[in-house]
Design a protein around this ligand. Sequence first.
Ligand code: 5GP
Ligand code: ZN
Length: 126
Amino acid sequence: MPSSDQQPELPTCLFCKIVAGVIPSHKVYEDEWFYAFHDIHPAAPIHFLIVPKLHIPSMAHLTEEHTALMGQMMTLAPRLALEQGCRPYPEGGFRIVCNTGTEGGQEVHHLHMHVMGGPRPWARKQ
Ligand code: 5GP
Ligand code: ZN
């Protein structure tokens, strides 16, 4: 894991403010490294975001030092998806989206994983 002082929070970043509790959110999960919360505009019956507490702007900024962190994030997602009510694989399941950069559809430049699931049809594509 990277050391927590490596990429400190960015005071102007929306998701850093959510992690710090400066902007309120509906918390799904929290540990030393991650914070998960419900998306304010859900695109599916279940839609939450997982963010690393470290301010990493996007997937494009990942280096080898983030391998363990991202591995944790990928294994956290299915666990939280089930806890949030996604039905088990294969009938249920979930979708994970990591928008990256402007052409990738990223609006908030703090790396985050969308986890979406629940009965279809969904509201829109993320
Ligand atoms: P992106 O387009 O960057 O992949 O996704 C950003 C997501 O953050 C969007 O789905 C948007 O609805 C969500 N979002 C933006 N502002 C807030 C906020 O203040 N609170 C919460 N909970 N979600 C937000
Ligand atoms: Zn941030």
